[in-house]
Design a protein around this ligand. Structure first.
Ligand code: T4K
Length: 400
């Protein structure tokens, strides 16, 4: 078991004038995984040989088949980003009016609805899981509501059964923003076939990535067909369109990166789990810091902690300490979307006490597969030192 002493005489902290813990590059939240270069270059060679760079080339088709089989879902439709995936899904489902979503999410979830002409209605979260609260969701349904958009935040799966019941009773579509949830699931298996459809992000900072990209997954044949149409301008034939569409396709070069990263998924998951478990072990004795627990199959990609008053420093002061050490922790997702432009000026904003509470104490630390055990140890050393020297830090920040 790794141990960090709290009795050492010296607890150097850059914010108080001591040397920086991570000189040079620094640590970032979810630095991208690196694919095997030879495999990637071979795949890129094959793209150049075939001279096909987009429009559902062989690599995009291969990746779609591999992802669908891995997630245990009938259809995987690759798209150009996670945001585009949500937009295509809303368009393909013909959603109109209001869609209920949690406010505690990346702003893209709300923007995707807005871009599709939908009104985002912000819902509160469960303070333990950070996911949409079904009870509050039910209260927000009006005659204009057409869908519920759950977000499997940090890879923790929403309360699917409860949301399904609410959606069914009220004749609503149930869709999921699964941007964080690749390789995550519940007792029934991996996310991919939940609700009507799910939208994944394969941005570079995600557990599995294609640089930029994403996918929509569904078990519905008709929805998959519509999604493929909408993704490609609505074309059914040369010069013939069936519906409104857009360019939401994934290029062959992005698919090549995806195939290369797909081949290292197990390795990525193993390293992320090792780092998450090491954080759990080392953070356990620190009063006032708690790490979000994960259930079910998980990618262990996000190291999410909550900073309570008993820690001695508030979340924002702790971020200042970490940044000075070149540890680029992030205040995800602060503030909640309902307090961000353009949504904060909506006349009918709900009060979201748990969203406000969690967004003030939540912090994401560098994690994922691309961080070493020694680096995790270094981050935790800073957290320990910051608590020991909290009074000095608070005084220092007050005088700045
Ligand atoms: N729904 C949810 C719940 C989401 O979290 C997201 C995206 C979406 C929907 C939409 O999916 P996409 O349309 O993006 O596919 C990042 C990502 O851009 C975004 O994908 C992600 N969520 C969000 C939570 O975080 P930033 O602005 O924090 O990322 P950025 O560019 O600062 O990168 C983080 C760190 O990683 C950097 O500090 C440096 C490092 N990095 C980053 C990139 C891109 C690298 O080392 N190499 C790289 O190539 O938004």
């Amino acid at each position: 078991m790794m141990q960090i002493t709290t009795k050492a005489v010296s607890h150097p902290l850059a914010i108080l004038g001591d040397p920086i813990m991570f000189e040079g590059g620094g640590l970032y939240v979810n630095k991208p995984t690196r694919p095997d270069r030879d495999l990637l270059f071979n795949l890129i060679d094959s793209v150049i040989d075939k001279n096909q760079y987009s429009n559902q080339g062989p690599l995009a088709c291969e990746l779609e088949n591999k992802i669908a089989a891995y997630l245990g879902v009938k259809h995987c439709i690759l798209v150009s980003s996670g945001t585009m995936g949500i937009q295509l899904l809303c368009e393909a489902l013909g959603l109109r009016g209001e869609v209920i979503l949690p406010s505690f999410t990346f702003i893209a979830t709300a923007h995707a609805l807005s871009w599709t002409g939908l009104t985002p209605i912000f819902c509160d979260i469960d303070p333990i899981t950070h996911n949409i609260c079904p009870k509050h969701c039910k209260k927000l349904i009006t005659d204009k509501t057409t869908a519920i958009l759950g977000v499997h935040l940090w890879g923790n799966i929403c309360s699917v059964k409860q949301l399904e019941m609410i959606a069914e009773e009220n004749n609503l579509a149930l869709i999921f923003d699964s941007a964080h949830a690749f390789s995550c699931g519940n007792q029934n298996g991996l996310a991919g076939g939940l609700g009507t459809a799910e939208a994944f992000s394969f941005h570079a900072t995600k557990s599995f990535h294609t640089g930029e990209g994403g996918a929509v997954t569904t078990n519905s044949d008709s929805l998959a067909e519509k999604l493929r149409l909408v993704r490609n301008f609505g074309f059914i034939d040369f010069n013939k369109t069936a519906c409104k569409g857009i360019n939401g396709k994934m290029s062959e070069l992005h698919a090549a990166l995806g195939l290369a990263n797909f081949s290292i998924i197990e390795e990525t998951l193993t390293l992320s789990k090792r780092n998450y478990e090491l954080y759990c072990e080392l953070l356990e004795p620190i009063v006032g810091l708690s790490i979000l627990s994960f259930e079910g199959p998980h990618n262990f990609h996000y190291i999410v902690i909550e900073v309570d008053a008993s820690y001695g420093l508030n979340r924002d002061a702790l971020v200042d300490v970490l940044i000075q050490e070149n540890i680029h922790a992030r205040r995800h997702f602060s503030p909640g979307c309902h307090k961000m432009n353009p949504y904060k000026t909506e006349p009918k904003l709900n009060s979201l006490p748990y969203t406000d509470l969690i967004s003030q104490k939540c912090l994401v630390l560098p994690g994922g597969a691309n961080i070493s055990e020694n680096e995790v140890l270094g981050v935790v050393k800073v957290l320990v030192s910051a608590q020991i020297r909290a009074a000095e830090i608070n005084k220092h920040l007050l005088n700045m």
